[in-house]
Design a binder for this molecule. Sequence first.
Ligand code: SF4
Length: 75
Amino acid sequence: MPVRVKIDRSKCVVAHFCFFYASTVFIPGEGGKPVVAPEYAVNGVEEGVVPDELYEQVKEAERHCPSRAIRVYRE
Ligand code: SF4
């Protein structure tokens, strides 16, 4: 089951937890704020689809993001 991830970069406070928990999915973009890595990105840099094997990693990033800028859900 694919997993959709969304980053609201306007909410991001650059706390960097997402890079720690899901470093293959979230990579630093302009201003140090995360973007979705090109291999997973859809509809621009703030949204992506990742394989189910990465669910726990991206979910951990969502849980630890202090500004709730990351959303993760199974489709
Ligand atoms: S964990 Fe949240 S606040 Fe921190 S860099 Fe990632 S999206 Fe931004």
